[in-house]
Design a protein around this ligand. Structure first.
Ligand SMILES: C[S@@+](CC[C@H](N)C(=O)[O-])C[C@H]1O[C@@H](n2cnc3c(N)ncnc32)[C@H](O)[C@@H]1O
Length: 274
């Protein structure tokens, strides 16, 4: 997996990458999608560059609103999936090296990507490089402190006797505070003006079978936990997950979890010399 992060979106060895993008789209893409409307509202204009586009849901929303979108992602399966969804250009490229000219973009979204890169400051400097003076950059990351869906999975893992792999962390010099203030600090370090820094809240509606598809494909930290188990413990985890999620599902078989994300909107100063 090139350029994939310590945040571990995907783990494991040989894989059907198409299946991975499909599993991501069924599961964690619907989680991330909750932030999309706010980012797009804060990035007005005709053109949009979506960095770390995943399967292209945010970019597709922008296209439906009549915008001209360029999307890019480090992962080949994501690029293929996004190409199937989008009319616009989809590039395979990885932060902190974007194949785009200096000062070429008016609006950039980078939703839940900075938490997956090894060098967040270098990534932000690169995003700033391609922004035009006056252009805006909207960024989200998952905040410290966990989430209710992840706490539920923690209980499932404990009951199933799953062994947790050691967490992967950035070095102290590279890491940043996983909060809206932390994002704003990173943006200021990158010489961006901070226009907004706040938490975003929404509810994530997901079916147990869709969430399991993401976990079974090794996606996100809990997916890495599932992948790290022996076949027996994995089967037990599946059973405990099925029982726990059945209790949480409504009559239509859907679970709902409150979600919080850290968000910052930065702008490249208008009056700077290029
Ligand atoms: C959690 S997903 C978010 C995807 C999408 N933005 C969304 O909201 O659904 C993170 C995405 O970032 C991509 N990614 C990870 N490291 C990257 C890098 N260095 N440069 C560009 N994309 C990267 C992954 O391949 C993945 O598609």
């Amino acid at each position: 997996m090139p350029a994939m992060s310590r945040g571990v979106l995907f783990t494991g060895g040989m894989r059907d990458w198409t299946a991975t993008a499909e599993a991501y789209d069924r599961s964690f893409a619907t989680l991330c999608d909750g932030a999309a409307a706010r980012l797009l509202a804060d990035l007005p204009g005709r053109d949009l560059l979506d960095v770390g586009c995943g399967t292209g849901r945010l970019a597709a929303r922008a296209e439906r609103a009549g915008r001209a979108v360029t999307a890019l992602d480090a992962d080949e399966s994501m690029v293929e999936s996004a190409r199937g969804r989008l009319r616009g250009r989809v590039l395979r490229a990885a932060l902190p090296d974007l194949p785009l000219p200096d000062a070429s973009e008016d609006a950039i979204s980078a939703s839940f990507v900075l938490n997956h890169v090894d060098r967040p400051r270098a990534a932000l400097a690169e995003l700033r490089r391609v922004l035009r003076p006056g252009g805006r950059l909207a960024i989200t990351v998952w905040p410290a402190g966990g989430a209710s869906w992840s706490a539920m999975l923690g209980e499932v893992f404990e009951e199933a006797g799953a062994v947790l792999p050691p967490p992967e962390r950035l070095s102290a010099e590279e890491d940043f505070d996983r909060s809206a203030d932390g994002l704003a600090g990173l943006a200021r370090e990158a010489q961006l003006e901070v226009r907004r820094a706040c938490d975003l809240h929404w509810d994530w509606q997901v079916r147990p079978e869709d969430l399991w598809a993401g976990l079974d494909a090794g996606i996100a930290t809990p997916g890495a936990v599932v992948r790290a188990q022996t076949p027996q413990v994995r089967a037990r985890t599946r059973e405990v997950f099925a029982a726990r999620t059945a209790e949480l599902s409504d009559l239509d078989g859907v679970m709902s979890f409150p979600v919080r994300a850290a968000y910052a909107l930065g702008a490249r100063p208008l009056d700077e010399e290029l």
